[in-house]
Design a protein around this ligand. Structure first.
Ligand SMILES: [Zn+2]
Length: 155
């Protein structure tokens, strides 16, 4: 019973963050139909049916978006280093830290989920520019060779 309670609490926390129903279902095992109902109760409208982005590269189309993703990646790395929580809890912690430290950031929770997967699976890699020490997220951009967005050197 306690486990069920924890899953329900987690589901509500995720839905409050506007996580996509598919992600909440995956994290909690709660039926999609029930999650959709709960989303409507919380937000007064139906959850969007848009699909989850395929990869981090799909999220970094502009310089601003790349910056959003990089800042989140830093928050996620910090949360991962400190955390003994479950993966999804670590992601929630990281996302809240991102929102708090960068209120203008437009990354959504479901996008953050995609970035976190890519970091875990080492498809993208957080690093520091050897010249100016700015954070850079390597292999995260579709078009360009990896460059520092501050001092512009190639990495
Ligand atoms: Zn640099």
């Amino acid at each position: 019973m306690l486990k069920k309670y924890q899953q329900q609490t987690l589901a509500i926390e995720l839905l409050n963050l506007h996580a996509k129903v598919k992600i909440v279902h995956q994290a909690t095992g709660i039926p999609v139909k029930l999650l959709r109902q709960t989303y409507r109760q919380l937000h007064g409208r139906s959850p969007s049916r848009g699909s989850i982005k395929f990869s981090t590269r799909g999220l970094t189309g502009s310089h601003r978006k790349y910056k959003d993703v990089t800042i989140f990646a830093v928050c996620f790395q910090v949360a991962t280093t400190k955390s003994t929580e479950s993966q999804i809890q670590t992601l929630i912690t990281a996302f809240n830290a991102y929102k708090k430290s960068y209120p203008l950031g437009q990354l959504e929770f479901s996008d953050a989920w995609v970035v976190a997967q890519d970091i875990k699976d080492k498809r993208v890699q957080l690093s520091k520019c050897p010249q100016c020490r700015s954070w850079v997220l390597l292999k995260a951009r579709e078009d360009l060779a990896d460059r520092c967005s501050v001092c512009k050197i190639h990495l």
